[in-house]
Design a binder for this molecule. Structure first.
Ligand code: AP5
Length: 221
């Protein structure tokens, strides 16, 4: 069973690698950012007020409330497709969320930290385009779609995330250092006392190089 957490600043390539790794190991890719974005378009039953609050929080680059996130993950992780493993992209990103995992005995074998410089983050994020329904992510320069502006699989239009503007990116980076860096320390410590492997990888490299390193880490251990 392979249970992985990807942690890293916005734009560090977590989502791009999560897509590749979940396909490779045939495990669900549970991206909390993607789940939130999709719930706005796909879940007509969710309260309008909740949606509006969450959208506002996300668009300004702030973190969504811990209780809301914990409920979202708890419901998702208890689905049958997670039985043989999963990849968590973007959760936990506060100490409270990490403690929720421990309390509910949701154990993982790997925590992978993506390390990247802030200047590269801005470059990556401002060139990003996404296909909301599938979560597929492109970059206009580094990872372009086959046809300009269109998703490779469905041919539907790609969009720019509302939180991919410079002001929101800076806020997301600030939140990462304030709330998520302590989670890195938390798992570094857990890796010393639990059956958990913690790896920091250099996210400044090419997509293929990072992917190959990930495969070697996940296979050899
Ligand atoms: P989320 O969607 O998780 O955003 P994020 O963590 O800020 O991460 P990103 O999606 O921006 O970056 P990424 O690392 O996945 O990079 P990507 O692979 O796309 O969360 C959004 C919001 O939701 C949060 O701000 C918060 O409001 C809320 N939220 C989510 N989870 C939450 C939680 N647990 N608690 C509270 N709130 C939560 O790559 C970026 C670009 O670079 C792409 O264009 C890609 O094509 C390109 N690229 C990728 N790798 C490379 C490479 N190696 N070389 C060149 N280009 C590359």
């Amino acid at each position: 069973m392979i249970r992985i957490i990807f942690l890293g600043p916005p734009g560090s390539g977590k989502g791009t690698q999560a897509h590749l790794i979940s396909n490779k190991y045939n495990i669900p890719n549970i991206s909390t950012g993607m789940m939130l974005r999709q719930s706005f378009t796909k879940n007509p039953y969710q309260s309008h007020k909740i949606k509006k609050n969450v959208i506002n929080v996300m668009h300004t680059g702030n973190l969504v409330n811990d209780d809301f996130m914990v409920q979202l993950i708890n419901a998702r992780i208890n689905k049958n497709d997670c039985y043989n493993g999963f990849l968590l992209d973007g959760f936990p990103r506060t100490i409270l969320q990490a403690e929720f995992m421990k309390k509910y005995k949701i154990f993982v074998n790997y925590v992978i930290e993506f390390v990247i410089s802030d200047s590269i983050v801005i470059n990556r994020i401002t060139g990003r385009r996404i296909h909301i329904d599938s979560g597929r992510t492109y970059h206009m320069q580094f990872n372009p779609p086959k046809i300009f502006g269109l998703d490779d699989i469905t041919g539907e239009s790609l969009t720019t995330r509302k939180d991919d503007c410079e002001q929101a990116i800076r806020k997301r980076l600030h939140n990462y250092y304030q709330y998520t860096e302590p989670v890195l320390d938390y798992y570094r410590h857990e890796s010393k006392v639990k059956n958990l492997q913690y790896f920091s990888i250099d996210g400044n490299r090419k997509i293929t190089e990072i992917y190959e390193e990930l495969i070697s880490l996940l296979i050899n251990k």
